[in-house]
Design a protein around this ligand. Structure first.
Ligand code: ADP
Length: 242
């Protein structure tokens, strides 16, 4: 949805029904002699409990948008509000806290801590989110994501897909209200990818968590409630499919 009236959009900042809100968001990457405008004025609202697929070809700005929502990057201009927190004003600490308790992340690059094994990663995430779990609970979760027997492995000893499943295990343990996923199915074989997607959708349905997933795959997007398409850093389509 394109927010035409800025005053109206700002009036609902902090509304408990809104999970994500972007107002006129720009992100410009500046290098020595090159300027790349990755996002050119994005206005967007995602309601709590929605499953949104973010589509668009490579270079359209999907990852940049997810990085802003994850709090690992800041917009050049505009406002980014996630779970009631204005990330465009938040300092590094505040953005770090957002990642712990408010937002779960399943990115291709993996977001597990490299020097901890899988079990420790899941337990630490749970602890940081204020939901400590014991070893039995951790193992049950690792089994659910198909990583039983891999408890002692560090992220570098896991494939990309296994790291994504590890990240999903941390999400099952922490149950954040918002989950961001970047091409979760990109580099996986179709069975593994399907299972990971099923798990994400199941968690979204059971817990009512908001799910924003970047994907190239129309079959994946077809499972969402809404599809948003980016082109050259702009929202060019936004349609509800269920
Ligand atoms: P997508 O995820 O849809 O492939 P990106 O958000 O990665 O798109 O990229 C959007 C645009 O921003 C592209 O033109 C890309 O080259 C550029 N870009 C992304 N990250 C950087 C960066 N760190 N430095 C410079 N340009 C970047």
């Amino acid at each position: 949805m394109v927010v035409a009236d800025r005053a109206a959009s700002l009036a609902i900042v902090g509304s408990p029904a809104t999970a994500i809100q972007l107002a006129d968001v720009m992100r410009v990457y500046r290098e020595v002699d090159i300027e790349t405008i990755a996002l050119r004025g994005i206005d967007l609202e995602v309601a709590r409990g929605e499953f949104v697929a973010l589509m668009g070809r490579s270079g359209s700005g999907k990852s940049t948008l997810l990085q802003l929502l994850a709090g690992s990057d800041r917009p050049t201009a505009g406002r980014v509000i996630v779970d009631g927190i204005d990330l465009s004003r938040a300092d590094e600490d505040e953005r770090g806290r957002l990642r712990g308790a408010h937002v779960g992340i399943v990115f291709q690059s993996g977001n597990l801590i490299p020097f901890l094994d899988l079990e420790e990663n899941v337990q630490l995430s749970a602890e940081l989110a204020g939901r400590p779990i014991d070893r039995v609970g951790t193992r049950a979760i690792l089994q659910r994501v198909g990583l039983a027997g891999r408890e002692r492995h560090r992220p570098s000893q896991l494939s990309g897909g296994e790291q994504q499943r590890g990240a999903l295990a941390a999400i099952l343990a922490t149950r954040p209200p918002i989950v961001l996923a970047d091409e979760v199915t990109g580099e996986l074989d179709s069975t593994t990818a399907g299972r990971l997607l099923d798990l994400l959708v199941e968690v979204h349905r059971q817990d009512g968590m908001t799910l924003l997933m970047a994907t190239h795959d129309p079959h994946v997007a077809a499972r969402a409630d809404r599809i948003i398409e980016l082109r050259d850093g702009r929202v060019v389509a936004d349609r509800r499919i269920r």
